[in-house]
Design a protein around this ligand. Structure first.
Ligand SMILES: *Cc1c(COP(=O)(O)O)cnc(C)c1O
Ligand SMILES: [Zn+2]
Length: 407
């Protein structure tokens, strides 16, 4: 068998299992289900080994056989380096989890893990001949997709809640996106963006409404497993908004198992949400297969990326968490703010509020005995705390005159 750059074979509907052609642009299945990319894993096995991957450039593109982009020439890159997997020794000692790790996504282009989904999603859209995309965002996805769209020469339209972190507005607008603000939630932005792309004949690139963002995000799990020497951690803790990251992580773990590149029990996946917007947690606790939309007027949290009152990924997230033996829990804004400060003070790591929420969840799960001292736990810090200046400022410090002398 000849070498393949991408082993993408087709798309499957995640609800009704209908097979779809991956060689043309696709959104949802006719049944309303999100489509998932499928690969010829025998071809991957015949083409590449883990040792060969280790010799490739340190970028998410090193896993190109398991990504949908068909050739090196079609890659759209802004330097998606492998992100650090850092031990949290001091906090780990405090919590009684000596093997606690954080996967720190802050160094990615545009300062969040949304770059993974955007890099792969934009590159695939461009190679399928798409020239204009539109999407709603809570900020970071818009920033990432606008930047990658600029890189690839695509037009972009972004609709964002007025309450989203302000810096992300500038990132979208300065990258040339047509930016609109809506005095509402991401669900309102989604409806407006969807209607606009339909009227214009543009491509809808919203979460899970195109199949390749999840492929980019799954590289988080590929990196974690490779960084651990192709071993699986016991638990992965993920701050869940639309849930694409968690769906991607579960998908990557399944693909690795099927390739025979990992063995042993699958990590338990933990979906963390904010108490102010926790539709997945509520559904998980009640045993429901689907989540009910969180009441719009009530959805609020400092972890803005988690302000997602409803997602079409709900069943996939719930299913992935349950199949892994994982759990879902919501944490409060005060605890998130305290954890953000504590992690910077104790570890030198500035988490975004979403990442801090995941760490709060670890603290609570350890206290409840759900996590064992011997377990290796990986927390996802999904973005840079620097994008949330409003949660960090103002800072009080004494102002000195230029001739001041300090003892
Ligand atoms: C978007 C976002 C999330 C949630 O990601 P999903 O994949 O939609 O669940 C978490 N953290 C940050 C910083 C984000 O920007
Ligand atoms: Zn279907």
């Amino acid at each position: 068998m000849g070498a393949v750059y991408s082993a993408l074979s087709h798309l499957d509907c995640s609800r009704c299992a209908t097979r779809h052609d991956a060689s043309v642009p696709q959104n949802l299945c006719g049944c309303g289900g999100p489509l998932l990319a499928r690969y010829d894993l025998d071809a991957v096995r015949a083409t590449v080994t883990r040792e060969e991957i280790a010799r490739r450039a340190p970028s998410l593109w090193r896993y190109h056989e398991l990504l949908p982009v068909s050739s090196a020439d079609a890659v759209v890159a802004l330097g998606e380096s492998i992100t650090p997997l850092l031990p949290l020794r001091s906090l780990g000692r405090e919590l009684g989890l000596p093997r606690l790790l954080v996967k720190d996504e802050a160094p990615l282009p545009t300062g969040s893990f949304k770059a993974r989904g955007a890099a792969v999603g934009v590159a695939r859209a461009a190679e399928l001949g798409i020239t204009a995309i539109g999407m709603p965002t809570n900020g970071n996805a818009g920033a990432a997709w606008s930047a990658y769209a600029a890189r690839a020469g695509l037009r972009s339209l972004v609709v964002m809640p007025t309450a989203a972190p302000e810096i992300t507005r500038a990132e979208c607008a300065l990258a040339g996106a047509e930016l609109y603000l809506v005095d509402g939630l991401i669900s309102d932005a989604g409806r407006i963006a969807r209607d606009a792309v339909r009227r214009r004949g543009w491509f809808e690139a919203a979460t899970l409404r195109e199949p390749y963002r999840v492929e980019g995000k799954k590289t988080m799990a590929l990196e974690i497993v490779e960084q651990l020497g192709w071993r699986l951690p016991d638990v992965i803790v993920y701050p869940t908004g639309g849930g694409v990251g968690l769906i991607g992580i579960a998908k990557a773990l399944e693909e690795l198992a099927e390739l025979g590149w990992v063995d042993g029990p699958m990590p338990r996946l933990v979906a963390v949400q904010a108490a102010g917007c926790a539709p997945i947690v509520r559904a998980f606790s009640s045993g429901a297969a689907q989540a009910q939309p969180w009441p719009d007027g009530e959805a609020h949290t400092v972890a803005f990326g988690l302000t997602v009152p409803s997602t079409i990924g709900d069943r996939l997230v719930l299913d992935a968490v349950r199949r892994s033996g994982g759990t879902a829990l919501a944490v409060g804004d005060d605890a998130i703010a305290a954890e953000q400060g504590r992690c910077l003070r104790r570890e030198g790591v500035l988490l975004c509020p979403e990442g801090a929420a995941a760490l709060v969840a670890v603290r609570e799960l350890r206290a409840a005995g759900w996590l064992d001292a011997a377990e290796q736990v990986v927390v996802l810090n999904t973005g840079s705390g620097l994008k949330y200046q409003h949660t960090l400022l103002p800072v009080d410090a004494p102002v000195l005159t230029p001739d001041a002398v300090l003892e």
